[in-house]
Design a protein around this ligand. Structure first.
Ligand code: SF4
Length: 613
C-alpha cells in the first residue's frame, strides 16, 4: 500500500463513456426530483451536467417510473445533452429490464434484487441457501441478456444495511456479507460472459466502506475478476461533516489504487456534490501518486487493511496508548481571542510564551524551545525539531513534541531515538506528491525500527479553508482510518477556529474521537417523501447537544432503515406526509403525521436516553 499502482480493470462502456482501466476517474451524481416529473428531472440532469458530472443516476422505483426514462432521455437529446443515464433499481427486476432497454446503465442492489425482507430470522440449510442463490440466476440472467443486446452497463451496488436476510443469516451486516452478496452476482456475470459491470460497496461509515472495497478486491483477484469500482460514502450527510466523511473514504481507496468513478453523496443539491468530487480527483490523482518516491525502499506496511486496529503505542502524558487522539491547534500567528465553543483543543501551539491571545484553561501550551522562553516555561511543553532535541538541556521530563520531517527520515538515528523518554513524534508528512503514501511509509518505518512513541499527524496546508478541508480530510483521514495517529495538527491560511473544527470533524469521521452528534442523512432522490434539507436542518438544530448519538434522517422506507444501519434513532419517510420513527432498527412509532414527527422524535430520545431536550 506504499508503492502506488492503479488497479488494472476491465473497461466498462456506458454510452460513450468508458469507466475503468487507465481512463480518467468519472464524476457522477443523482437526481432528487420525482422521476414522473419528466421536465423537472431532465432539467436537473442538465444542471448536474453543467456542474461537471459525466454520468447521472435517476430513480426507477417501479415499472411505470422505468418507462418514463425514455421521455427523460428524449428531452435531454432534444436539448442536445448526450450524458449517459443510470437507472437506480431496488426490489424490481422488471423495472431493471425495462430500464436496460432505455438508459446506458442500470444499478441493481444485490441485497434486494431477488431476496425480499420476508424471511427475517430464518435459518438457511445449505440446500435452501443454494436454492435462493439459484433464484438470483433466474432473475438476473434475463437482465444480463437485455444489457448484452443493448450494450447497457450494470452497476452491482451493495450497501451496508441493505443486505438480504439470507446473507445476513450467514455473515451478518458486515463487509464480508457485502462482498459475498456481490460475488454471487459477479459469478453469474462471468458465467454469462458479461463484463460490462461496475461494482460499489457503500456504507455511511467510511471504515466499513473501505474495508468492504478492499476485501472485495482481494476476493475478486483470487477469481481473476477485474471489474472497476464506483466509490462513495453513502448517507454522508451535509456541510463540512458530509464532505469530510466522503473525502476520507474516497481518498483512502484512491491511494490504494482503487476507484474508477466516484460519487460524493451529500444531503444538498446534487450540483453541490460535483466540485467536491472534482477536488478529490485533483488532489488525489494517479499522476501525483505515481510521482511519489519512497524515501526508504522495501518497507512493508503492517496494518491490517480489512480490520481497524490502532497502532500500538506507549502513553506519554495524555497522548497515545488507549487515549483518544488529541488535537493541536496553532495560535502562533493569532492575536485575537478565539471562541472554540465546545470544541476545545487539547494543545495549543504558541510558538513562544509571548502569545497575545487568550488560551482556554483546558488546553495545554506547546512552545518552540529556545533558551529565551524556556526559563519561563510554566506548564508549557517544548517543541523541537529532531536534530535539536538530542542532548538539549531544555527537554521536559513530562512531555516533548519532536518533529520529524518525512524528507529527514533517512537521517534519523533510530537507535538513539528508541531510548529517549517522554517523547511524542510530530510526523510532518508534507510530501509534495502524496502525503498519504508518505504518512504510510513514515509509520511503517517507525514500526520497522521498533519505535512505539505516539505520533501526531502534522499537515501544513498552505491553502484556504475549502482546499484544506479536501486535502486534510483525505490525507489525515486515510491515516486515522488505518489506525495510524495519536493526534492531529493542521495549519493553513484559514481561521484557527475553522481549522480546529476541521480537526475534530476528521477524527469524528474516522470514528476515533466522537465530539458531536452524528447525522446519517441520505442525499435524497426521486423516492424522497419530504423536504430532506429542511427537516434535517430542524433535527440538527434540536439535537446537536446530544453528542453521543447517531441520528438517521432518511427519505424513504424502501432503503432508509437499512442504510442508516449505524444510527441510534431514525426518522424515515413512509408515505406522503407520514413518518416512521426508529430506535436502532426497531420501529417505535409508525406512520405518524409529519407535522408532529420531529417533536415525537425528540420525545422518543428523551424517553429512552433520559435526556431532556
Ligand atoms: S434512502 Fe433517500 S436516497 Fe436512498 S432511496 Fe430512499 S429517499 Fe432515495
Amino acid at each position: 500500500m506504499i508503492n502506488y499502482n492503479r488497479r488494472k480493470t476491465y473497461q466498462v462502456k456506458v454510452g460513450k463513456l468508458i469507466i475503468g482501466s487507465d481512463n480518467n476517474i468519472v464524476v457522477q451524481s443523482m437526481t432528487n426530483t420525482d422521476t414522473f416529473d419528466i421536465s423537472a428531472t431532465a432539467k436537473q440532469v442538465i444542471s448536474i451536467t453543467k456542474a461537471g458530472a459525466e454520468l447521472v443516476r435517476v430513480t426507477a422505483q417501479n415499472v411505470n417510473a422505468a418507462n418514463k426514462l425514455s421521455l427523460i432521455k428524449e428531452k435531454l437529446r432534444e436539448n442536445k445533452y448526450e450524458i449517459p443515464l443510470v437507472a437506480d433499481i431496488h426490489f424490481s427486476p422488471k423495472a431493471a429490464e425495462i430500464s436496460a432497454g432505455i438508459v446506458e446503465k442500470v444499478r441493481v442492489n444485490p441485497g434486494n434484487y431477488t431476496d425480499t425482507k420476508k424471511n427475517i430470522g430464518i435459518e438457511y440449510s445449505d440446500k435452501s441457501y443454494a436454492l435462493e442463490v439459484d433464484k438470483i440466476k433466474q432473475k438476473f440472467v434475463p437482465l444480463i441478456m437485455i444489457c448484452k443486446k443493448y450494450g447497457t452497463a450494470v452497476r452491482i451496488g451493495a450497501n451496508h444495511g441493505s443486505l438480504s436476510d439470507r446473507i445476513m443469516s450467514r455473515h451478518g451486516d458486515t463487509p464480508l456479507g457485502m462482498v459475498k452478496s456481490t460475488l454471487e452476482f459477479l459469478r453469474i456475470c462471468i458465467d454469462n460472459d458479461f463484463k460490462n459491470v461496475v461494482i460499489s460497496m457503500k456504507a455511511s461509515n467510511p471504515l466499513v466502506m473501505i474495508q468492504a472495497c478492499r476485501l472485495l478486491i482481494e476476493k475478486m483477484d483470487k477469481e481473476n475478476m477485474m471489474f472497476p469500482l464506483h466509490l462513495g460514502v453513502t448517507e454522508a450527510g451535509e456541510g463540512i461533516p458530509g464532505r469530510v466523511k466522503s473525502v476520507a473514504g474516497i481518498a483512502t481507496l484512491l491511494a490504494d489504487g482503487i476507484g474508477d468513478t466516484i460519487r460524493v453523496s451529500l444531503t444538498e443539491s446534487p450540483e453541490d456534490e460535483i466540485p467536491v468530487a472534482k477536488r478529490i480527483i485533483e488532489n488525489f490523482n494517479e499522476t501525483k501518486f505515481n510521482n511519489f518516491i519512497p524515501i526508504i525502499e522495501n518497507v512493508d506496511c503492517s496494518y491490517n487493511p480489512f480490520n481497524y486496529k490502532r497502532r500500538k503505542t506507549r502513553q506519554v502524558r495524555n497522548i497515545g496508548g488507549d487515549k483518544i487522539p488529541v488535537i493541536i491547534t496553532d495560535l502562533s500567528k493569532t492575536d485575537t481571542d478565539i471562541n472554540f465553543g465546545d470544541l476545545i483543543p487539547d494543545y495549543i501551539f504558541c510558538s513562544d510564551n509571548e502569545i497575545s491571545c487568550k488560551i482556554p484553561k483546558e488546553s495545554s501550551k506547546i512552545i518552540h524551545t529556545n533558551s529565551r522562553v524556556i526559563e519561563e516555561r510554566q506548564g508549557a511543553f517544548p517543541f523541537f525539531h529532531l536534530f535539536s532535541f538530542f542532548d538539549n538541556e531544555n527537554v521536559s521530563d513530562i512531555l516533548n513534541f519532536v518533529e520529524i520531517k518525512y524528507d529527514d527520515l533517512l537521517d534519523v538515528d533510530f537507535n538513539k531515538l528508541r531510548v529517549q523518554k517522554n517523547l511524542v513524534i510530530v510526523a510532518n508528512i508534507n510530501d509534495k506528491n502524496s502525503p498519504i503514501l508518505a504518512g504510510r511509509l513514515f509509520l511503517a518505518v517507525l514500526e520497522q525500527n521498533n519505535i512505539d512513541f505516539p505520533v501526531i499527524i502534522k499537515l501544513e496546508c498552505n491553502d484556504n479553508f475549502n482546499n484544506t478541508l479536501i486535502k486534510a480530510s483525505g490525507i489525515a483521514g486515510s491515516l486515522f482510518i488505518d489506525g495510524m495517529g495519536d493526534g492531529i495538527w493542521l495549519t493553513n491560511q484559514g481561521k484557527p477556529e475553522e481549522t480546529n473544527n476541521l480537526s475534530f470533524e476528521i477524527l469524528q469521521a474516522c470514528r476515533v474521537r466522537v465530539s458531536k452528534t452524528e447525522y446519517i442523512s441520505c442525499p435524497s432522490c426521486g423516492r424522497t417523501l419530504f423536504d430532506l434539507q429542511k427537516v434535517s436542518a430542524e433535527i440538527r438544530e434540536k439535537t446537536s447537544h446530544l453528542k453521543h448519538l447517531k441520528i438517521g434522517i432518511m427519505g424513504c422506507i424502501v432503503n432508509g432503515p437499512g442504510e442508516m444501519a449505524d444510527a441510534d434513532y431514525g426518522y424515515v419517510g413512509t408515505s406522503k406526509g407520514k413518518i416512521t420513527l426508529y430506535k436502532k432498527q426497531e420501529i417505535i412509532k409508525q406512520n405518524i403525521p409529519q407535522k408532529n414527527a420531529v417533536q415525537e422524535l425528540l420525545n422518543l430520545i428523551e424517553k429512552y436516553e433520559n435526556i431532556p431536550h
